[in-house]
Ligand binder design. Sequence first.
Ligand SMILES: [Zn+2]
Length: 303
Amino acid sequence: MDIMRLEQNQKKKKTKWWIALGAGVTIFAGASLGALSAYNWSPEEAIEGLFGSSEEQSITESSHEERNIDEDVKEMTRQEEENETLDETEPPEEDQDETEAPEEVPDESETPAEDIETPEETVERTPETMTEPLYVDGVLIANKEYPLPTDYAPGEDPEARASYNKMQQAASAAGYSLVAFSTYRSYDYQTDLYNNYVAQHGQEEADRFSARPGYSEHQTGLGFDIGAEGQEQHWASDSFKDTAEAKWLAENAHKFGFILRYPAGKEHITGYQYESWHFRYIGKDLAGKVYNSGQTLEEYLGI
Ligand SMILES: [Zn+2]
């Protein structure tokens, strides 16, 4: 019996051992499964890992690539949309820049602009910059806008003088004694004359009745200041307009090629107040046309 008990005890011990072993294996397996599940383990992936299912893997990869391409396209599209959005929002900024630019650009481009204007405007037409006198429709021009070159010194025009002499004879025949007391005046002479007027009357007043040097029609040799002989007090004076000689000239000068150059009421066009004594020779034909038009020379020539 002792042996039987011993064997029975041994069997019991073996049974306990197997139970313990089974429990341990169960615990280990459970722990392992739990640990793998924590890494998103799946039986398929485990199998793929074991047997290297390249086909599925390539599909998976290609699907990844497709997804990546899709995402890239989406990303590009999104960026393009953003760019378009930026393009739409940027223009106002550019416009602002452009709006700001003109404020700055003129400052920066003032010098070039002056350089560009220089050829035209610096011909700003001063006697010093004028190289040739201006002719409009064959008519020599000398006014406040178009001066003559400083060295333009033709002297008294012979044709104008000859025509004046005829006019003087005609006036004499009608009972009037005319005197051309000032005709050609050189640039230097006009300089002295103008400076004297400025000294006596001030520049603003002097500019109304005396041309600045280079701007005088007398420098053309075609301007004639005419008065009545023996009536020097009216020469180059506003009072001349009331003399019989002035009235005769106003009605007949054009027949001899002369026009009253600075008529009353045309100061805003000619730049000079009414000068009943100043006549300009332009030839019989043109003088008749200008006279009949009632216009100044500037108006008639459209300058
Ligand atoms: Zn004059």
